[in-house]
Write a protein that binds this ligand. Sequence first.
Ligand code: C2E
Ligand code: CA
Ligand code: CA
Length: 709
Amino acid sequence: MSSNSADRRTQAQTSVIVTVTICFVVIALLLTGLMAHVVVTMMRSANKIDDARAGHAAQIALAAFASRLSATVTDNAVWDEAYEAVGSVAAEDWAYDNWGSTSKDYALYDGAILTGPAGTIVSAYRKGEPFEPRAYFGEAFDRQIQTAGKPGQSPLLSFFKTEDGVALVGSEAIQPYQTSANVSRFSVLTFYKLLTPEVIATLSSEHGLDGLRLQDGPPPGLLNTPVKDMNGAVMAYLAWPSAAPGSVVFNEVYPYVASAAAILVVFLGGVLFAGASEARRLHRLAETARFQANHDSLSGLLNRHGLLDFLERSEPSASSTLSLYLIDLDGFKAVNDAWGHAVGDALIRLVAKALPACHPEIVAAARLGGDEFALVQVGTAPHGEIERAVLALLVEPFKIDERTIEVGASIGTAVGTEDIASLELLRRADMALYRAKENGKGQAVQYDLELDRERQHIAELEGKLRSAISTGLIEPAFQPLVSAATGEIIGVEALARWPSPTGNISPEIFIPLAEKSGLIDALGVHMLRTSVRHAKDWSGLALSVNVSPIQLCNPDFAAQVIAVLKEFDFDPSRLTLEITESVLMTSPDQARRSIDHLKRFGIKFALDDFGCGYASIGALRQFGFDRMKIDRSLVSGVENAANGIEVLRATISLATALDIPVTAEGIENARQAAILRETGCDQLQGYLVGKPMSARDISTRLLHEASAA
Ligand code: C2E
Ligand code: CA
Ligand code: CA
């Protein structure tokens, strides 16, 4: 899983969580708002409906009060006896007896007034006491009397303001049941009833109007219905507080609503918190994943992916150059092999800690695997300066536990430009590093196009080599090995020959190439087969074939050789395999296995190029070589170097002391031949005694020698 796709996924998850949380909260708030609106609307409507009902009830209360007075007035005014009495001289007394005295303590009216047809006051009693109605009710009283003075009308009812408060005054013409039309004006009977607090209280309880009261001015905060005088002017207000049943219910349910709201707030808070912490958790996860994807766990430095990512983001600019250094530790494998992986890991950590600080212009450091590191430089310091800093740092021995460990490094450097991609930059540095390692330890190489061309050339050559092996273009040449004593040919060494249109390509070039490109096993078997096929005809001659150390380390090698000998029915004792001592140093165990196996089969081994390496005598004896071949450099040294003969003599006497016969290679002249014969070599090889030649030339030479004998 790449860090980018993981990143994108986490981002998507985070935004889903954020969106869901926000949606949830918004919907919850919307629903809450709606519910609150419904509750408040219901409460207000209930209040409004009840207020309307109460207003209506107040009007009905007033009307009921009025109609009671009206009925009382009519009961007393439309009365034959009263009509007669008020027309007589005893009118005043009659009025007192029937009405005035009653007013003293009577529920239906507080006062009674009898006025004559001309409007004169005949009798006026208030609570049983005589009083002056015009003073009590004011000028408007006359209008009341005049208006009411016509028979056949229902009683006239008007509110008046008096010193005792608001009074309802009802007046009606006193008349017989059958009204006679010829009388134009009648006496008038007037009753009044005060709207006392007791009366109000009765109205209040009768009509379900709690808190009903009478007030002069418009009452703030109360519902009211105005009380108007004859002229329609408001003189007082009947007022009462709104019962607000909606509010009452609301107040009752309020604690539950408040609790629900509190729970909702807590719940939403929880949802928000959970959403936020989940988003934070995902964010942290993504950060960790990003870090892990870009970093090496052992060293904590960037890994390959992280390095490429870094290079991608740091484009080189005009003012500063970006350079990439690839660093490969020399000898790290040996540390691992000798001390174990724990020490190897500790070494990697120490190096990882030291490298980034080796120069101030280093802006990033990475570990690309095993013992390979990378540094990125942004700045103008010369490459040599950085390379020296790195090499100096790694030349210093590292202390791990009680051990002192020395490593070195090879460095490959490449310069970033705008038009090369990070991968290409890495490839170039890698190529330079490869070359640095080829050049030996502690080397630094900078990439240039020539490296690419060489690589290209090598790749092409590799392709050609592959087909040359498979088509059999590569053929052995045979160089005679002659007896030092008789000069007689006793064997041949097979040497690989690769002809090309521009002449032979040297084995010094294509053998290492075959070794590097994995073609050496195929080439080796091919050489062995063709050499054996030719040598089979040369009965009595020994055959030497060169074997690469890489072949010797191949576990199948011995079986391959034996298979070829069996295929051609070739006597194993005629075959000598020539190996150089390097393999004995690098992979002694594997070499040992192959050698032992083949020796048991009767095959001989010769140590090639003896005298130019460092193989210990003990090792030589241990491996049981059947022959040593003195290197050509020692032979030519006989004539050039001052003590050449002594070195040669010492080398040969070493071999003879071990009881191993010696072949001298590269004999080019008779003087060399004489010296080597004299120092104890029993076999000579070289241009003097025979150049490498074709199989046919060998056959011809054998024929000549046979006929000469
Ligand atoms: P080598 O095994 O030491 O082979 C001897 C080399 O010395 C040969 O070079 C030979 O041509 C050259 N030589 C012989 N006598 C004289 C002389 O008098 N003067 C001079 N100047 N040179 C002389 P060549 O054929 O170029 O082979 C070079 C090396 O390539 C060989 O060194 C051997 O190590 C390797 N080689 C050749 N053929 C094979 C092969 O089939 N398999 C393997 N593994 N290596 C091979
Ligand atoms: Ca050889
Ligand atoms: Ca040799």
